[in-house]
Design a protein around this ligand. Structure first.
Ligand SMILES: *[C@@H]1O[C@H](CO)[C@@H](O)[C@H](O)[C@H]1NC(C)=O
Length: 504
């Protein structure tokens, strides 16, 4: 008997159908089973069974030692007894929250308990509505119309605004902000938005509504401080928030913190959680809309924020990031300090290698460079007391910089501090038959000898915010060291390992 192509296809389709049917029913059973699970997490014991309520209230930020969570929950239940409400905490609140024992009010603890399945510590397992409203502590609701209006708004502006924000009454009006996040440059910049209604973040206490699937598709939806964290993540996705001035939620009658001690405690915790957020997200420099600058990580007291560099490729290049801005700032400071000392003590120096390249390109350190290189005349070393006296050991000078002779070879290194090993390297050269040379060579292609005429004379060049000395005819000097076209064609130091993506 011959089987036609048609019969063959039919048979395959039949088998495929059976397989789908079988696994489909298995899956369904499993979902039903999961929803019947009644494991204890916090205040109540069941996954909510209702659908179609539209919005789940999510309360994430409150302090154990003083909060108005119970009051807020009561006010939402008063409007709608079956309103799904989720209180999310890092660990079980203590003293316990006095929440009503209703199946639609859940407490989810983010810290997994080793005797519970993983879903019990994932708030998204408990949310059945298409939308969530992020509600700050102490905010109450007056009528069902408030959430309904927000819901309407987000539905009609579908696509245009991913989030709708309503202010909390009695506080300053919400500010519409633009947020620019550059992970590559470890930076967040806030500015006042041109619009007062549609922007990438809001400043001020607000109830924020968004689609559940959007919220839980963020990288870290529940990270605190919630609003700062959410708007950093949403702005990276190009989402906008629409401010709804006509809806506003009353705040609790009492102020959130009854004593100045509790206020102080809460402020400190908020500060710590902000620092942790920026640390976790790899943000080291924040510029606020009123142009205040906040630095996170890297100072004289903290270790250099990247480890030992292997194969000329610092670790941040593998994360598609450039040199942290605080490191660039510290390198600029160190370079200015060191060149000033060399100049005043009569040591002839010039910008070398990548530092000269950066000066030629844009008068600054190359944005992914990790140190500063200077050349000096070997015979000038006795002129500088620091260089003269570190033949053995190292010196910490009165500004806290560390001068040392490098263990890797015959060159010197000035570190930003004893703790922070960002550094300027100083390479001594001596002339021999009109060629500048040295005795130890590092394994770098730019580490070659060169005609002395490049140093006669040395010329001033803008670099890292000050005027440094550089070889004359720097273009030929750089092309001699790195190859033709090096100024115009930026590359990472070891393109075999990491290639610079062009056009951004
Ligand atoms: C989740 O986010 C990714 C990108 O961030 C996107 O490609 C994907 O479509 C999103 N999924 C949902 C269900 O929205």
């Amino acid at each position: 008997m011959r089987v036609t192509l048609c019969q063959c296809v039919l048979a395959i389709a039949l088998v495929a159908n059976l397989v789908i049917l079988y696994y489909g029913s298995k899956l369904q059973k499993r979902i039903v089973h999961r929803h019947r699970d009644t494991s204890v997490r916090g205040a109540s014991q069941q996954l909510p069974s209702h659908r179609g309520m539209g919005v789940t209230i999510l309360i994430r930020e409150f302090e154990d030692f003083e909060n108005h969570v119970a009051e807020a929950v009561q006010s939402f239940l008063q409007q709608r007894p079956d309103q799904p409400i989720l209180v999310v905490a890092d660990r079980l609140p203590y003293p316990p929250l006095a929440l009503p024992a209703a199946p639609n009010v859940q407490v989810v603890i983010l810290r997994p308990s080793p005797d519970q399945p993983a879903y019990t510590s994932r708030p998204e397992s408990y949310i059945q509505t298409d939308y969530v409203a992020l509600v700050p502590d102490g905010v109450k609701v007056e009528s069902t119309r408030q959430l309904d209006t927000m819901l309407e708004e987000i539905k009609v502006s579908k696509g245009k605004a991913h989030m709708v924000a309503a202010p909390v009454q009695s506080l300053a009006p919400l500010q519409c902000l633009d947020v620019k996040v550059s992970l590559r440059e470890w930076t967040v910049t806030y500015s006042m938005a041109t619009s007062s209604k549609l922007c990438s973040a809001v400043r001020g206490d607000a109830v924020v509504l968004l689609a559940t699937k959007d919220f839980f598709n963020l990288s870290a939806p529940l990270t605190k401080p919630l609003m700062t964290s959410v708007f950093i993540q949403t702005s990276l996705r190009g989402w906008t928030v629409k401010i709804l001035e006509e809806v506003s939620f009353p705040a609790s009658h009492q102020p959130l913190f009854s004593s100045s001690h509790n206020q102080w405690k809460a402020d400190n915790l908020a500060k710590a959680s902000r620092a942790k957020l920026f640390n976790d997200f790899g943000i080291k420099w924040v510029v606020t809309e009123d142009e205040r600058q906040q630095w996170y990580g890297c100072s004289k007291e903290t270790p250099r924020c990247f480890g030992t560099v292997h194969d000329d490729t610092p670790e941040y290049l593998f994360e598609n990031r450039w040199t942290p801005p605080c490191c660039l700032k510290a390198l600029r400071e160190t370079a200015k300090y060191v060149t000033n000392i060399l100049e005043t003590s009569g040591v002839r120096y010039w910008l070398e290698g990548g530092s000269l390249l950066g000066a030629a390109r844009h008068q600054d350190i190359i944005p992914w460079d990790y140190d500063v290189d200077l050349g000096i005349y070997l015979e000038d070393i006795p002129n500088c007391e620091f260089l003269r006296s570190i033949e053995s050991g190292s010196i910490v000078d009165e500004k806290g910089y560390v001068w040392e002779k490098a263990i890797e070879g015959d060159f010197y290194r000035v570190q930003y501090s004893e703790t922070n090993h960002l550094h300027v390297d100083i390479w001594p050269f001596y002339p021999k038959n009109g060629i500048m040379t040295k005795d130890t060579w590092m394994d770098h292609k730019q580490d070659v000898d060169f005609p002395e005429h490049f140093l006669k004379p040395l010329v001033p060049m803008q670099f890292a915010g000050f005027t440094a000395m550089a070889p004359n005819n720097y273009k030929s000097f750089l092309e001699l060291k790195f190859g033709e076209g090096v100024i115009e064609n930026p590359e990472y130091p070891n393109p075999a390992l990491r290639k610079l993506e062009k056009g951004n």
